[in-house]
Design a protein around this ligand. Structure first.
Ligand SMILES: O=C(O)CCC(=O)C(=O)O
Ligand SMILES: [Mn+2]
Length: 195
C-alpha cells in the first residue's frame, strides 16, 4: 500500500492517500451517516455552553472512558462496520485500537480547533490513526515550540493518516473552517486508552 512519510521534525506522520477504494469509501460514508449515534455536544467556553462545531460519537471496548474538551464519555459498543474498518486500520498501524472518536463535519462551517491528542488516558507517544470518508478537508500542523514550523495534508476520502512517536508532544493539529461549499465529511480517529 502506497504511503507518504511527512517530513516534519520531532514527529512520525504517515499518510495513505487511498487506503480505502472510492467504492468502499462511498458505501462507508452512507453506512456511517445513518448507523452512527451522532450527537451534538456542548462545550463550556468561559462558563457558557456553546455547540461544538461538528457532530461526534464515541465507540469502543466496554469499560474505557475518556475525557475530551471537558466531557467524559462512555463508549457505545462496536458495530460490525466499525470493527471491519478497525481491523484494516489495526493492521496498517501495527496497533490494536480499543476506541474510536467519530467526527461529522456537516459542511465547511464545521471545524476542529488547534489541539494535540495528549489526554492522559492515551499515555505517552500514542499512536492515532485517522480515517476520512466524504469531502476532503485540510489538516494543518503547527509546532508548539516554533509556530513558524507548519505542515499540512489534504485528507481525501478513503485516506488514512497515522500519527505516532513524539508527534502529539511537539505538534498541534486542526481542521480549519472553509468558505468552500463542501458536502459532509466523516472522520474516525482510532485511539488506545491505556488506563
Ligand atoms: O477530523 C480530523 O481529521 C481531525 C480529528 C481530530 O483531530 C480529533 O478527533 O482529535
Ligand atoms: Mn486530534
Amino acid at each position: 500500500m502506497d504511503f507518504e512519510q511527512l517530513s516534519m521534525p520531532d514527529a512520525n506522520v504517515r499518510f495513505y492517500p487511498a487506503f480505502f477504494s472510492p467504492e468502499e469509501s462511498s458505501a462507508l460514508l452512507a453506512d456511517l451517516t445513518t448507523n452512527i449515534a451522532w450527537k451534538q455536544e456542548q462545550i463550556q467556553i468561559f462558563g457558557k455552553p456553546v455547540a461544538m462545531p461538528r457532530l461526534t460519537a464515541w465507540y469502543g471496548d466496554e469499560g474505557k472512558s475518556y475525557s475530551y474538551s471537558g466531557l467524559t464519555s462512555h463508549p457505545l459498543a462496536w458495530t460490525e462496520t466499525l470493527l471491519a474498518i478497525k481491523s484494516r486500520v489495526d493492521a496498517a498501524s501495527d496497533a490494536t485500537f480499543n476506541s474510536v472518536l467519530l467526527n461529522l463535519y456537516r459542511d465547511g462551517r464545521d471545524s476542529m480547533g488547534w489541539h494535540s491528542d495528549d489526554e492522559p488516558e492515551l499515555g505517552t507517544n500514542p499512536v492515532i490513526a485517522s480515517v476520512t470518508f466524504g469531502a476532503s478537508r485540510t489538516f494543518q500542523f503547527k509546532h508548539k515550540q516554533n509556530p513558524d514550523l507548519r505542515a499540512a495534508v489534504e485528507l481525501t476520502s478513503g485516506s488514512l493518516l497515522i500519527m505516532a512517536g513524539t508527534t502529539q508532544h511537539f505538534w498541534k493539529h486542526q481542521i480549519p473552517k472553509t468558505k468552500q461549499p463542501l458536502t459532509a465529511r466523516i472522520n474516525l480517529t482510532f485511539r488506545i486508552i491505556v488506563k
